[in-house]
Design a protein around this ligand. Structure first.
Ligand code: HAM
Length: 419
């Protein structure tokens, strides 16, 4: 017997009917983003390693979890761990006019310890808006994400909001924070005892009990914002308030990537376990374009995990897999190849149609038609073939049937399917 294989650890296959939910979710997202003036962006699944190194030298995502490799030409590359870096790299390369508003749906790769809702390949729906620091674009971006959760029927998703300041107010705040952390060094977890000087914000983000306790009274960025950042944050909050979007200020929210400035946010699903309850997150990255060699260009965006959104939908009992059945099943009782012709004609005319294969008996074909969930069977027997007609049978209700001329079939099917 030959060796058999399963999908690599931490990855999943998504098959019908579950995949119909993915399709519906992506379509809902794409429709909403298109209606707000965002266009689809596609960037390569791998980039120069340095593109990703710029976005998170102090983060686990970049330091520990990256799928990096050398290609046959000796280039150092990495599979994307997240969507923003590649999009900003593309912006810097092509210099589109601003504001530049784009969306994407893409797999991301992180070498994590797999568990429910945490995978080594996960998919994100994402959006980025570059070229303006108008607080109203922050409100727009956050609102687009928020409205998607609501459109899916999710009620128990909360929005957490913070501001991480800018190059003016961050350095003095970092110094104040470092001083506090040094005083509490003994109480921090092992990792952060050693790294507090290099990445003080990461300590606030640490989920370990020791760090949590030791930083309970740590100085907070929101109390140290400069005037511009404070005014910006106030306007973001006011805009969200105007649109009736509830949020909670979470002063520990620093996010798992290094590029954030000013507005940061996360959506948490209270129906999920705390370790994997982030169903989306994002923020401003006003310095990233420059870090990637471009002109100073502010930007803001978010990414939302498809797998986690669907887990949250399961937990709340909303957004079931849509009905994937075709409308019509062609049953061919002749040897004439009529099913081949007819099924393609109907599909081409916009009627969702399927059929059985392998010259099955009339009984087996009718069974397949019934099992398929199709509304109607279009049956061709010898008599129908001679008369250039078909028999249309209702498979759901009273199983009524009628004879329809072949050249009137498409019109009649449309009437029956969309009365
Ligand atoms: P992130 O918070 O690292 O942000 O990921 C965004 C979302 O992806 C998370 O909220 C979560 O739903 C999902 N996610 C992350 N890692 C995993 C995983 N291992 N398994 C399953 N789902 C996961 C970013 O990636 C930023 N690029 C977001 C952004 C866009 N910021 C600005 N623009």
């Amino acid at each position: 017997m030959s060796e058999s294989f399963t999908a690599p650890k931490g990855t999943r296959d998504v098959l019908p009917p579950e995949s119909a939910r993915w399709q519906a979710l992506i379509a809902e997202f794409a429709g909403r983003l298109n209606r707000a003036g965002y266009g689809l962006v596609q960037t390569p699944l791998f980039e120069d390693l340095a593109v990703f190194e710029r976005v998170g030298e102090s983060t686990d995502v970049v330091r520990k979890e990256m799928y990096d490799f050398e290609d046959k030409g000796g280039r150092r590359l990495a599979l994307r761990p997240e969507g923003t870096a590649g999009v900003v790299r593309a912006f810097v390369q092509h210099r589109p006019t601003t504001p530049w508003k784009v969306w994407y749906v893409t797999p991301n790769f992180r070498y994590e310890s797999p568990q429910a809702g945490r995978y080594r390949q996960h998919f994100q729906l994402g959006a980025e808006a570059m070229g303006t620091d108008d607080p109203e674009i922050d409100v727009e971006v956050i609102t687009l994400a928020w409205q998607l959760y609501r459109a899916l029927g999710l009620q128990r998703v909360v929005l957490l909001l913070n501001s991480l300041g800018d190059p003016q107010c961050r350095p003095p705040y970092f110094e104040t924070l470092r001083e506090y952390l040094r005083e509490h060094r003994r109480d921090l977890c092992d990792e952060h005892r050693d790294r507090l000087d290099e990445a003080p914000l990461r300590v606030l983000d640490c989920k370990r009990a020791a760090c949590r306790k030791a930083t309970a009274d740590a100085p907070r960025m929101v109390d140290h914002l400069c005037d511009d950042c404070r005014a910006h944050f106030e306007q973001v909050k006011a805009g969200l308030g105007r649109l009736g979007i509830d949020f909670a200020i979470e002063t520990r929210l620093v996010r798992g990537l290094d590029y954030y400035t000013r507005t940061t946010f996360e959506f948490q699903a209270s129906a999920l376990d705390a370790a994997q309850n982030a169903v989306g997150g994002g923020g401003r990255y006003d310095l990233l374009a420059e870090a990637l060699g471009g002109p100073p260009t502010p930007g803001i965006g978010f990414g939302m995990g498809i797998e986690r959104i669907l887990l949250a939908c399961d937990a709340e009992g909303v957004f079931p897999a849509p009905e994937a059945a075709v409308d019509v099943w062609v049953v061919d009782l002749t040897d004439s190849g009529a099913a081949l012709e007819l099924s393609h004609q109907l599909r081409d005319a916009g009627v969702a149609t399927d059929r059985a294969f392998g010259g099955r008996s009339a009984k087996a074909q009718m069974k397949a038609a019934n099992r398929s969930g199709a509304r109607l069977a279009v049956i061709i027997g010898e008599q129908e073939l001679t008369d250039a007609t078909v028999t249309v049978r209702d498979l759901r209700a009273d199983r009524e049937q009628e004879t329809v001329p072949r050249d009137k079939l498409i019109d009649r099917l449309q009437e029956l399917l969309h009365p």
